[in-house]
Ligand binder design. Sequence first.
Ligand code: PCA
Length: 220
Amino acid sequence: MERSLLQAEGRKKHDKRNTMKLLITGFQPFGGENMNPAYEAVKRLPDRIGSVELVKKEIPVVFGEAARQVIDCMEELQPDVVICVGQAGGRPGITPEKVAINLQTTRMPDNAGNSPVDLPICPEGPDAYFSLLPVRRMEETMTAAGLPAYLSYTAGTYVCNDVMYRLLHHITTRRPGVIGGFIHVPFCKEQVEGKPEIPAMELEDIVKGLILCVETLEVL
Ligand code: PCA
């Protein structure tokens, strides 16, 4: 059984409320875009999906700082699950991320002007962490609903990977039992007007995909 499911089963026994609290984040725009479909979709999610209560948060595209804000918010809210959502421009579907690696490297500066090259995120941390989310089930649920989706085995080496790695490092070292991970979404149609060769989805479909992902948490 996936580790996340085992952890969730342990948690469920202690959860008399039968409500799951989810912290879900989306990024600010970056790279010259004037919107980020990640936060645009996150902010359109309902406040409750089945037994899952959602708390939404927008985070900056800044190495280290983005994860700090996620972790601070997590410490304050004590959610059962944390999902961070980011834009992966050019991908043709919604991609739950399987793995985060201990590496920061970019040619494109973040929104604070940082452009680390070949640096570890956490010198004392392991090379990688696997997502604790039911990523396979998320992908299958979206695909079954006719939405373009596939599992990704790289979250890149930019701020999204940084957030996913630091979140999983925090959970593993400080908050075992919490479930966490990352989902990338493609450009939305508004961002690629006049560029038909670039894959994109309707924002509404990205929202639908995220709702289906949240619904997969309910069976945990
Ligand atoms: N995508 C970037 C960072 C912010 C975002 O939405 C990434 O994939 O790293």
